[in-house]
Design a protein around this ligand. Structure first.
Ligand SMILES: [Mg+2]
Length: 310
């Protein structure tokens, strides 16, 4: 499979997972397969304020990040932060609580997240992980260390807890391996070895082969079980469609678990494995950037440019 097929699979796969999971957010486990016992039409159903195929804040932030990387020709952290702020000010339908607080607390880009973390000590949400597929594709060709460093820096814009940086860095690395045609599950030990020791054990638990999302000690809106659930969904299935059905069926923060799973599974199985009935209604409104709405052709083009861009 060509690398481009994997890059487009990752970016489109993540958006698809986001849109597929959105109507089931905060619902119970089993809600998705309860409604759709077998794969088929209608699964991209909308609901909970979302139109069928509409992607949420996860993908919107990922696309703002992507456009910054491409237009600035690299990582311009103040520019990414400013784009996130413009997006937040344009009243997106959904925005993570922590992300909203950081983007609106009036502090400069390099202090806002740290300021929030100092006052709350709670900043290990999955909100930096959920938007990382585009940056993972962009930085993959620069190698493991550069890609993991970029992941940490981008995560730190909105998340002051280094645990969130570590999870996002692991995700970047798994996606880098997948884009190279490797198996991200095989890359887990090496990825964990590049996580600071104080964060390694907690990730080692949720990324272990025998771990199941039922064993999570936090809601999957936290970064550890979110990443663990995505890797679990990839591990226990053999195709994109099954991986996403398993991920969304976990309940909870279904759009984000779907987005993270979709990025990984899309890179592993390729764009051709994503069901057309999921990509056909897919659309990503982009508040804060001229109110454009991106669909499959624009997303695929963006993925190709990210893959070629760095
Ligand atoms: Mg969302």
């Amino acid at each position: 499979m060509e690398r481009t097929e994997r890059a487009v699979g990752a970016v489109v796969g993540s958006a698809v997972g986001d849109a597929l999971g959105a109507p089931f957010e905060f619902g119970p486990a089993g809600a998705f397969t309860g409604r759709f016992p077998k794969p088929g039409p209608g699964e991209m159903c909308g609901g909970g304020g979302w139109d069928p195929g509409e992607a949420t804040d996860d993908t919107q932030m990922a696309l703002h990040l992507a456009e910054s990387l491409l237009e600035r020709g690299g990582l311009d952290l103040p520019d990414v932060f400013a784009r996130f702020q413009r997006w937040a000010a344009a009243e997106p339908k959904d925005i993570g609580l922590q992300t909203e607080q950081v983007l609106n607390n009036g502090m400069p880009w390099d202090l806002a997240a740290a300021f929030h973390f100092e006052s709350t000590r709670r900043a290990a949400g999955n909100g930096s992980l959920m938007r990382a597929t585009t940056s993972a594709v962009y930085f993959a060709r620069q190698g493991r260390d550069a890609s993991m460093d970029a992941a940490r820096s981008i995560a730190a814009l909105t998340h002051g807890d280094p645990a969130a940086w570590a999870g996002t860095a692991i995700y970047h690395e798994l996606l880098r391996v997948a884009l190279d045609g490797g198996d991200p599950l095989d890359a887990l030990p090496e990825a964990l070895a590049h996580v600071p020791a104080e964060h390694r054990e907690r990730y080692a638990v949720v990324l272990a082969p025998g771990w199941h999302p039922d064993q999570a000690t936090e809601f999957n809106g936290a970064v550890w079980p979110c990443l663990g659930s995505a890797v679990w969904a990839l591990r226990v299935t053999s195709g994109f469609e099954d991986a996403l059905r398993a991920a969304v069926d976990l309940g909870g923060d279904t759009d984000t678990v779907g987005a993270v799973t979709g990025g990984l599974a899309g890179a592993v199985h390729g764009f051709g494995a994503i069901p057309p009935q999921w990509t056909q209604p897919l659309h990503v409104p982009l508040p804060g950037a001229g109110d454009r709405v991106l669909r499959l052709p624009e997303l695929a083009d963006l993925a190709r440019r990210l893959d070629a861009g760095a």
